[in-house]
Write a protein that binds this ligand. Sequence first.
Ligand SMILES: [Zn+2]
Length: 146
Amino acid sequence: MVSKFEQEAIAFAKKKEGIKPSVSRKIKLHNRTLKVGYRDIAIQVIKPDFLKENISSSDYGQYLPKQNRIEIQAQQQPLDEVNTVLHELLHVIINDIGETQKGGVLSDEETEEKFIYNAANCLSQVFRDNTWLLDYLQEQFKRKGN
Ligand SMILES: [Zn+2]
């Protein structure tokens, strides 16, 4: 059995050589809960039933506010899935702050969709092109001193 110290030494050596440790860091999305404001939003990765559901073949996900649920289409390419998660998260946030209500800046459904589409695409691109950023943010949250 390899001690924790030895595992860390091996991981450090592999990192130095540019080899990633063999430990899987895959985080499952299905059945996760996303806390946004006062709500707990359930995430489900699904194979869409195009006859039964509201979802169309061109959609990769949907937010169902009355069910506090986000559905993400299964088997997407990783970057598409990231973009879909960010897209649906923005729907939750925008809905929560009331800007999709009558008189809100995103009360027009097409305007809301266009805004969210562009914002999610931009966020995906920034996170993709600056891979250090998410690690930095995570580190800063851990250091918050609480
Ligand atoms: Zn949308």
